[in-house]
Write a protein that binds this ligand. Structure first.
Ligand SMILES: C[S@@+](CC[C@H](N)C(=O)[O-])C[C@H]1O[C@@H](n2cnc3c(N)ncnc32)[C@H](O)[C@@H]1O
Length: 180
C-alpha cells in the first residue's frame, strides 16, 4: 500500500471514524471452536474486542496505526487482551495452520485468499463480508478493484466447505469451514 493510502486511513480514523460490530459476526462466530482468532483490517477493533470477550485469543491487524492505537485503548477500557498489530497486509506474512476463526469485514485483498485458507486450522471458520460491484450504484467514486464480482467469494474460497453465502444488494457474505 502507498504511504498516501495509509495516511488517508490515519486521517479518517483521527477524524473520529469508527468501525462497527458486524451482525454477521454475531450470527456465525459460534461455529468456530473457541481458540485463536484473526481479524484482518480490524480498524478500531470492535469485532476483535468482541471475540476476546467471548474467549478467543485474538490477533488483529490494520495498516492504520491511528486505528490500532484506538483499538488498544478500547481493549484496555473493556478489560480484554487483544494482540493488535499495525502492519500492511500487502506485506505481512500470516502464520499457517494457526487460527480457529478468521474474520474479514469490508476489506478486499484477493492476493490474501490463499494465505487465509492456509492460516486456518482444520475445522476453522472463515467469515468474510464486503461490498460487491453493485456498490458502485451508491458510491460512484468507489474503486471497482476493491469490489467483489457477484458470486466471487465461493470461488475465491473454493477450498473451504461452504456454510453460507449471500448477496444482499451491495454486500456479499461468505462463511466457510476448512475441512483438511
Ligand atoms: C472499510 S475499513 C473496514 C474496517 C473494519 N474491518 C470494519 O469492517 O469496520 C477498511 C480497513 O482496511 C484497512 N486497510 C486498508 N488497506 C490495508 C492494508 N494493506 N493492510 C492492512 N489494513 C488495511 C484500513 O486501514 C481500514 O481500517
Amino acid at each position: 500500500m502507498s504511504v498516501e493510502d495509509r495516511e488517508r486511513w490515519d486521517k479518517r480514523y483521527a477524524g473520529g471514524w469508527k468501525t462497527q460490530l458486524h451482525r454477521t459476526l454475531l450470527e456465525f462466530y459460534h461455529l468456530a471452536p473457541v481458540g485463536k482468532a484473526l481479524e484482518l483490517a480490524c480498524g478500531t477493533g470492535e469485532n476483535a474486542v468482541f471475540l476476546a470477550k467471548v474467549g478467543f485469543n485474538v490477533d488483529a491487524i490494520d495498516v492504520s496505526c491511528v486505528a490500532i492505537d484506538k483499538a488498544k485503548q478500547r481493549a484496555l477500557e473493556e478489560g480484554v487482551q487483544v494482540n493488535f498489530i499495525c502492519a500492511d497486509l500487502d506485506e505481512y506474512k500470516l502464520s499457517t495452520d494457526t487460527y480457529h476463526l478468521v474474520i474479514n469485514f469490508y476489506y478486499l485483498n484477493r492476493k490474501l485468499s490463499e494465505a487465509i485458507v492456509k492460516a486456518l486450522k482444520p475445522g476453522g471458520i472463515l467469515i468474510f463480508e464486503t461490498y460487491n460491484e453493485k456498490h458502485i450504484i451508491l458510491r460512484e467514486d468507489f474503486n471497482p478493484l476493491y469490489l467483489l464480482k457477484c458470486g466471487e467469494l465461493p470461488d475465491l474460497f473454493k477450498d473451504l466447505e461452504l456454510i453460507y453465502h449471500a448477496e444482499n444488494f451491495n454486500v456479499s457474505t461468505f462463511v466457510g469451514r476448512k475441512i483438511t
